[in-house]
Design a protein around this ligand. Structure first.
Ligand SMILES: Cc1cc2nc3c(=O)[nH]c(=O)nc-3n(C[C@H](O)[C@H](O)[C@H](O)COP(=O)(O)O)c2cc1C
Length: 194
């Protein structure tokens, strides 16, 4: 991490799209998120679409390796993982992308936007919470759960409820606290080693 990073530097948020299906609801949710996050001061958003990244299952190595997105993941101060629920869990492509990387995740916070039928993706999120600590990433308490979001989709895109927007605000507030705090810790470590 650059020692030029200060407490005032914008937070770099990587939004990771967990679904790679050709026809997916993820796009509607990501568009909504991009619109909402554009109004947040001090945030630089990088949307990482796993559908655009070639990460062959046969190439995974323990400890990670350089990939087309490792630089973008490394540059992020925080992650917002957008995950659908598939069979009470999260998509295999998302696990694959997590496994392909290692150091990129370390000492950073991860928040979630989940979606699915009645569950709103909670089972996918709870399973992701088991995985990230192994990568020395911390997951934050608040999350956004979108239950049957397709029922609120129209010609103007996804129309969130007030509760969903409030959940996004709470999630981003907490994610911001962790991102600033952990970034300060990472900067201090680099400076003390210099
Ligand atoms: C393989 C598969 C399994 C699914 N299993 C669940 C499930 O367990 N719980 C749920 O709420 N929705 C489930 N769904 C419905 C998805 O949440 C819904 O199709 C959603 O739009 C998927 O996100 P995507 O379109 O961005 O890929 C499943 C969908 C697929 C394709």
């Amino acid at each position: 991490m650059s020692t030029e990073t200060t407490a005032q530097s914008p937070l770099r948020l990587a939004v990771i799209i967990g679904s790679v299906r050709h026809e997916r609801f993820a796009d509607a949710i990501t568009s909504w998120l991009e619109t909402e996050l554009a109004t947040t001061d001090g945030l630089e958003v990088d949307v990482i679409d796993l559908a655009d990244v070639d990460l062959p299952l046969q190439g995974t190595r323990p400890g990670g390796t350089e990939t087309a997105i490792s630089g973008r993941l490394h540059a992020a101060d925080a992650y917002l993982v957008v995950t659908p629920e598939y069979n009470h869990s999260f998509p295999a492509a998302l696990k694959n992308a997590i496994d392909w990387h290692y150091q990129e995740w370390a000492y950073k916070p991860v928040a979630f936007v989940g979606y699915g039928a009645g569950s709103g993706g909670i089972r996918a999120i709870e399973q992701l919470r088991l995985i990230f600590p192994e990568l020395r990433a911390t997951t934050i308490r608040d999350a956004v759960l979108l239950a049957a979001p397709w029922t609120r989709f129209g010609e103007n895109g996804y129309k969130a409820t007030e509760g969903e927007r409030a959940a996004l605000t709470a999630t981003m507030t907490e994610l911001g606290w962790w991102a600033r705090t952990l970034r300060a810790g990472r900067v201090a470590e680099v400076e003390s080693a210099a």
